[in-house]
Design a protein around this ligand. Structure first.
Ligand code: GDP
Length: 487
């Protein structure tokens, strides 16, 4: 019976209302057609017909231009010869042009920039490829049918030399523009948090006209730069048609791109069915602490309890008396809540678990607290660690209600994939020292662009872009003069 109802749940809206392409080998990537996201049915956000047809067209273009095609071979040969032979005529004989995404920072950050780079590719008829060493293929299935987004390992070594100070970033582009504009064979776009005002000209229409002609663009970023694409007049109309509901950009593109591989999916589903599925309500709590001098434990635990119990009734208050062990058993018919907590640190969930173990609740509800892993610290280039992170972001996205930590891209992935407007904890010392509250409710499910450009492209003056256009505002979890987010 249980298996049957699981199957029914899986089969409903198998293609996420046309978002997901048909024609993949289902066994090779079970998660693609078995998403566990709840908000289907009338509550679901609806991808626009324009987005769906744009994705199908993109898939066709990727099949035509992707690795293993004649066009790709031509474009790579051209690249190779221009690197080695400076006198080449600088005109690619391929009709295809490419955006190469390179890895930077944690998995949440990487997913932010993958979506951003993909949207840029969609808007500019470029093909999105991912760098081979990025670990992406062990985490995610191929997103585009009948082709690959992995760059072959034989590809020219231009990617590994790319850093903030590489000569091929913005000044290089400018040099090619004067005196006679000539198109360089490739260019680096450095769009990470410490990028310069020159790098930020990526978001100026005038510069884009030129950049888009470069056949190979390599992007390094750790930011969700989508909101600034919405501020560019040349993209505005198309973006409005693609996303009539602005806050669904990551929601749809993330659901479109990120299908966990079978091994990650198996750990997600095993955990889900074992601990979460049967609860009447699932509460996700994401605790992210960044390295700070003093241990935030006591204060942050206070913030969490204030947010979820006193201020928002996400979890019930406890009764003062320590409860007798048999109460637990006799309360089988009571409503249950499963609390999924994720953190590098186990102490927060241990404390909350113990609290509900020792005390009955004022509502009579049974509260069960789970934490899938506690990795103690962030690790880089570690596959097992990244898989746990992905599994946990996905599990959090399955919650009915979600609490996140401020400024964390890990939380952003969970909220946008899940279609959830989270309660954002005041989780950083400067925040909780400045407020008596535990958290605030997000106004939209979109991620925040932490370091948007602030220069006006034409005048070169600083402007507050949070005040310019209706669809973007300053983020809830940053000070109110930086950070941009779609609403
Ligand atoms: P951000 O730093 O919070 O914006 O999120 P990122 O995902 O970019 O980087 C944090 C990285 O630390 C994650 O990718 C994980 O590798 C690790 N990490 C942080 N919090 C958690 C957690 O709750 N669970 C697990 N498994 N890993 C975490």
């Amino acid at each position: 019976e249980e298996n049957r109802s699981r199957l029914v749940e899986f089969q409903q809206d198998k293609y996420l209302r046309g978002l997901i392409a048909q024609g993949f080998d289902e066994e090779s990537c079970v998660s693609r057609y078995q998403s566990l996201w709840k908000n289907k049915g009338p509550q679901a956000h609806q991808p626009s017909p324009h987005l769906i047809s744009k994705l199908r067209n993109y898939e066709a273009l990727h099949r035509q231009c992707g690795p293993n095609t004649e066009s790709f071979k031509k474009a790579s040969e051209y690249l190779n010869s221009s690197i080695h032979n400076k006198t080449s005529n600088h005109s690619s004989s391929s009709d295809c042009s490419y955006v190469i995404w390179t890895a930077c920072d944690g998995l949440g950050n990487r997913m932010m920039t993958l979506v951003s780079a993909f949207l840029y590719a969609l808007l500019t008829q470029k093909i999105l490829l991912v760098e081979p060493k990025s670990n992406i293929s062990s985490l995610f299935c191929e997103p585009f049918p009948g082709t690959t987004w992995q760059i072959p390992s034989s590809f020219p070594s231009i990617i590994k030399n790319f850093g903030k100070d590489s000569p091929q970033t913005y000044d290089y582009i400018l040099k090619w523009q004067k005196p006679e504009p000539m198109i360089p064979p490739y260019a680096y776009m450095y769009l990470a948090h410490d990028y310069t005002d020159k790098d930020k000209r990526f978001f100026c229409d005038e510069d884009q006209t030129f950049i888009q002609k470069v056949p190979w663009i390599i992007i390094k970023s750790n930011l969700y730069f989508v909101p600034s694409l919405f501020l560019m007049p040349s993209f505005q109309n198309e973006l409005n048609n693609l996303f009539p509901e602005k806050e669904t950009v990551f929601h749809f593109l993330g659901r479109y791109l990120f299908h966990p591989t079978n091994s990650v999916w198996s750990s997600i589903t095993t955990y889900y069915w074992a601990h979460l599925a049967r609860a009447d309500e699932k509460i996700g709590i994401q605790i992210r602490t960044f390295e700070i001098k003093s241990d935030p434990f006591d204060k942050l635990l206070h913030q969490i309890l204030t947010c979820v119990i006193s201020e928002n009734d996400l979890l019930p208050k406890i009764n003062g008396m320590i409860r007798k062990p048999e109460n637990h058993e006799s309360a089988k018919s009571n409503r249950t809540k499963a609390v999924l907590m994720t953190s590098l640190d186990a102490r927060y969930s241990d404390a909350i678990k113990m609290m509900y173990k020792l005390h009955s609740t004022q509502t009579g509800e049974i509260i069960r607290v789970f934490q899938p892993s506690n990795e103690t610290k962030q690790r880089f280039s570690n596959q097992a660690h990244d898989r746990k992170a992905l599994a946990e972001m996905y599990l959090l996205s399955l919650a009915d209600k979600l609490v996140t930590s401020s400024k964390s891209t890990f939380g952003y992935v969970a909220q946008s994939l899940g279609g959830l407007k989270p309660w954002i904890l005041y989780s950083r010392p400067h925040e909780y020292n400045a407020t008596n509250s535990g958290c605030q409710r997000a106004l939209s499910m979109e991620p925040c662009f932490h370091v948007p450009p602030t220069l006006d492209c034409e005048t070169g003056k600083r402007v507050d872009k949070g005040k310019i256009v209706g669809c973007v505002r300053h983020c809830e979890d940053m000070n109110r003069t930086s950070g941009l987010k779609l609403y």
